[in-house]
Write a protein of this length. Sequence first.
Lengths: 307, 310
Amino acid sequence: MAYLTDYQYYENGGLNFENENWGSYQYVSLNDIVNNFMVMYVGNDKLINNVERYNVLFHAKRAIQELNYDSLKEIKILELNVCDSLRYILPQDYVNWVRVSMYRGGTLFPLTENIQTNWSSAYLQDNNCRILFDEKGNTLKPEDSTLDADRIKGSKKSIYLNEGSVYDGQEGYCYNDSWYFEYSIGAKFGLNTETANANPTFKINKKSGVINFSSSMADELVVLEYVSDGMEGGDDSEISVNKLFEEFVYSYMKFVILQSKYGIQEYIINRARKEKSALLRNAKLRLSNIHPGRLLMNLRGQNKWIK
Amino acid sequence: MSIINTVRATVLSIANKNNFGYITPNDFNLYAKQAQLDIFEDYFYQYNSWIVKQNARVSGSGYADIVKGLVEVLDYFSLTKSLIISNGYDFTLPEDYYLINKINYYPNLRSSGSVTGGTGKVLISTGSLFITDGVKPTDLLSNITNSGEVLNVVAVTNETTLTLSGNINVGDVFKIVSNSGITEVERVSQNKIFYLNSTPLTSPSTSFPAYVLEDSDITVYPIGQIASGTVFSQYIRYPKDPNWTYEDIILGGEPSFDQTSADYQDFELPISDQTNLINKILQYAGLSIRDKDVVAFGKMEEQEANQQEG
């Protein structure tokens, strides 16, 4: 991409979407990456020769995908309302979650993942527990499993946390923002710290593409921070990568192309592998932004008393 | 400088030394065409051979850069034309192409219309709004009517008038594209295009288009998203057929060379190929007049030349 004038950068040259180019200098486009690679790394006198552009394009996209999963820290954030179904449909470009929070009263409450499942699919069964089928031989399924129905109705037990209450740490039912407990009979067991949290909990159903929440999340706002693969919905012209990773992307492409070519000596492949790994480490360090000023701020808390 | 007359005179001189036979102008033109094509094609093999040598560090730089000289000869035959959609979504390739080197897509279509006035290099199109459409000098004009001939916009005089780098005729239909944002359309084989289209990471897009060749047409992917006149091909054309033209033969005399004839065509290969041309033509002529010596002489000369060139 050509360099922009100040007017193009700040006001998009007077066109609509004036913020179009803000911060764009941090990124190098997929188009530039592929063109640069074809010019500088492919040729009669280069290590890589006779390689089709679709090969290069594929590996460039794969490099960007891999970087997006962890190294790049390109977090996307989406806010949606959770209705009575207690379900949050995952964004179209969702790959993995970073943090799920509830936004209530101007504050973000980070939610914890419920390690016990709170959803399930189910088959319909007769009185003898035999599974029921339709005329095509497929199993019949209810709209909600009992587990789901209990969660949605609020009749599923969860742990109540309130230090000022005698019911603190006990299992109870949260229904319409009110808690109900059974008579405590027999011995009490220790609190499961993994699930102990006053805030609602969630569990992700990856296959169904939804996040299922505990019953107290009805009509709450959820803010999902997640990572995508950087493919921008298939629009190649929008795909870009941070410039700090540009050299890594080239070395990754070089390595995978050499690795998959016939007749390349192993020492050349190893050289490319080492170069790729070193450049990834280098880019991660750069992107981590370890400044003296930031370290100083962290170190200021070293003598703080932890209660 | 014309070399065809020199070549013919030399061929006649060698072949006719012992009154073995005479080569008519028509025969000579046929042999000349054959010889030129032969040498022209050999350039591509030589180019490849010298690339291999260059990679093996057997070739030098500067005056010893043989590859550079070969590329110069091949580039003489390079042409750029815009491609027109012929049927459905297929673009027709130029008739005179020997080798398609690159197909480029110019995504920014600025303007289109037809010529309503002007002469020579001045284009007037009363229905157009060149300034409003953002037409700028250095933009490319594709003359759809004239087989996709490509001209440069030299100046934008007003909303309806342009000055071009070449002539255009009244009635010609044209399209103007911006010279920026160009992307190469990649050639893929017929057996790959299905797989490429089937996966999101490799499916051709307007940023990374692809084409497959069939007959003398190409199909550009993504299908239906690439407009006619926005695809340009840079290709190597066949050399024009040489034609040694002459004035009426005086009875009993020699035909007289006429360079001013309308259908006159010199060899398009460089003068350095004159010897090769003579040797090749001698071989064909020797076969024709059934003289083994002439064929052998031509072959021997050619072999010597090849040995010298490495």
